[in-house]
Design a protein around this ligand. Structure first.
Ligand code: HEM
Length: 506
């Protein structure tokens, strides 16, 4: 056979490459045009570039400014905005139950796995990521540790850590009256949640306010994960993963190794009388179908710590900042808390539930600084799509409510950028009568909403009441702008909050 030889004078490799590149560029442009003008979501408003490609979304997310940008887009385009070729963002309260809730006649909308950090082996037994059947099983098994009755039983544990915070903070301010409250709230919530999830604290507080290596590792591990999750949106970018230095993944590996050690230690101790950690609740369940394997326990114990500590510490840090910036609000909440309790021992999780103004302060803090400012999307899963906030949305569309954007959107709240707890009081001033209070859902709604909501409320109310009762506080540097330095990923990346504390004399 005579071999076919391409005559070299007809083949110019550079021209071929150019042709290929032009064809690729043309298809990318055509793809973008198709997304903007001939896509089932074309009728939804939004910037054309965002509708054409996901790139602007990914870039803003990597920069940590996506929720701020989404708010800007809502202000420009209205309550529904197309923020990526296949994603819509909403600000309407109805959106919560339409997107995240369970409604008759349709199936639950699936979690969008691309919204989470790259999933590692074992993710399918993690309560956050598990499929609906596994998730329902885990909710049933973990549920008893989170009921209002269980939270009442956990009062002693909450008081123990709140008191430890006060004692150690009083010791610390003898050395230096200026303290980083962001760190102190971290020490407290990590110790408390560690005790709750693993049966042992990380001893950040009783070592005088020092990060345990595991807590640091969690921060590094989580922030690596948050950045890496953006790679997942583009298949081509995932090819870059092997190029990442090994050191980038080290915090994650350390975190997994230590989690395993902690869980193994706790499994070995078995049922421990008079203890209210999660394991004791799990061990009371004798149903063979409800016994979790060791890998399932590893997977979920760490999730409890991450979900439960960072969020609560974030909220308390934000509350402290907004109180310092609003002296009238601070004075009013001080008066309420200090008049209500004669002795420190009177401040209990039950008693603080009556602090009407303090609860309004916390609601307002969750509005202006929701611990997850991000919009965690769901994939519309019903065949043929469904209605969301009054409009039809095709199947497989990603839909989200960005907490930050929905809570700062003027049609939802009057004077949205101001910190005004009075709007949450039963006798709110008339200008706030039209506030759409039900849009505030920092714990999300539906079957996959926060499992720790009651515990979180008890914890943050108690900690805030103790801090207000024991200390006067103000920003160490009145000029400091802690808020504008924040970066918003799935959770906030927050810097230290330097506060000058003085013990209240009685
Ligand atoms: C201010 C405090 C808190 C806020 C704002 C908050 C918020 C949230 C949100 C928005 C979710 C849904 C995440 C998603 O859809 O991927 C969630 C889930 C979860 N949270 Fe919280 N959380 C808080 C405190 C806690 C605490 C104290 C615990 C327990 C110690 C906890 C345990 C969980 C768990 C286990 C889930 C997963 C629930 C599931 O998928 O079924 N959270 N939380």
């Amino acid at each position: 056979m005579i071999p076919f030889v391409f005559p070299s004078e007809f083949f110019d490799p550079l021209a071929a490459l150019g042709l290929l590149a032009t064809a690729a560029l043309a298809s990318v442009i055509l793809w973008g045009i198709r997304n903007v003008y001939y896509h089932p979501l074309s009728r939804y408003p939004g910037p054309k570039l965002w509708a054409a490609y996901r790139i602007p979304y990914v870039v803003r997310n990597i920069q940590g400014v996506l929720p701020f940008k989404v708010l800007e887009l809502h202000k420009r385009y209205g309550p529904v905005v197309r923020i990526a070729p296949d994603e819509l963002a909403y600000t309407d309260p109805e959106g919560w139950s339409d997107i995240y809730g369970l409604q008759p006649g349709r199936i639950q909308n699936a979690k969008d796995k691309y919204a989470y950090s790259p999933l590692e082996p074992g993710w399918d037994s993690n309560i956050i990521f598990a499929n609906d059947a596994m998730h329902a099983r885990l909710r049933r098994i973990y549920g008893p540790a989170f009921t209002p009755k269980a939270v009442e039983e956990q009062s002693g544990m909450l008081i123990k850590y709140a008191d430890l915070l006060v004692t150690q903070l009083k010791n610390a301010i003898k050395r230096n009256p200026v303290q980083d409250m962001s760190a102190w709230y971290n020490f407290t919530t990590f110790d408390l949640t560690g005790d709750f999830a693993f049966g042992e604290a990380f001893h950040c507080l009783d070592r005088g306010g020092q990060y345990h290596f595991f807590v640091k590792t969690i921060f590094d591990g989580v922030s690596t994960g948050l950045r890496m999750m953006q790679l997942e949106h583009y298949y081509l970018l995932t090819l870059l993963k092997p190029l990442l230095p090994k050191s980038a993944m080290k915090p994650k590996l350390d975190m997994d190794k230590y989690t395993k050690e902690l869980v193994d230690r706790r499994i070995e101790r078995g049922y421990v009388p008079n203890t209210v950690d999660v394991f004791n609740y799990l061990l009371q369940n004798k149903n063979p179908a409800d016994q979790l394997t060791a890998p399932e326990l590893y997977e979920n114990a760490l999730t409890l710590v991450v979900a439960g500590s960072e969020t609560t510490a974030t909220l308390l840090t934000g509350t402290t900042w907004f109180l310092c910036k609003n002296p009238d609000v601070l004075r009013r909440v001080q008066q309420e808390v200090r008049a209500a309790f004669k002795h420190d021992a009177d401040i209990t999780p039950k008693a603080v539930n009556d602090m009407e103004y303090m609860l309004a302060v916390l609601s307002e803090a969750m509005r202006v600084y929701p611990p997850t400012g991000f919009g965690i999307p769901r994939l519309i899963s019903s065949e043929g799509g469904q209605m969301v906030a009054g409009g039809h949305v095709p199947e497989k569309t990603r839909c989200a409510i960005f907490h930050h954007a929905a809570y700062r959107y003027e049609p939802n709240f009057a004077r949205p950028d101001e910190f005004i707890p009075e709007r949450w009081l039963p006798d709110a001033p008339p200008e706030f009568m039209n506030d759409k209070r039900d849009v505030l859902q920092p714990f999300m709604v539906g079957p996959r909403g926060c499992l720790g909501k009651s515990l979180a409320y008890a914890e943050m109310r108690l900690l805030l009441a103790k801090i207000i009762w024991h200390f006067d506080f103000e920003l160490a540097d009145a000029e400091e702008d802690w808020y504008s330095g924040l970066k918003a990923f799935m959770v906030w990346e927050r810097g230290s909050l330097k506060v000058r504390l003085t013990p209240v004399k009685r």
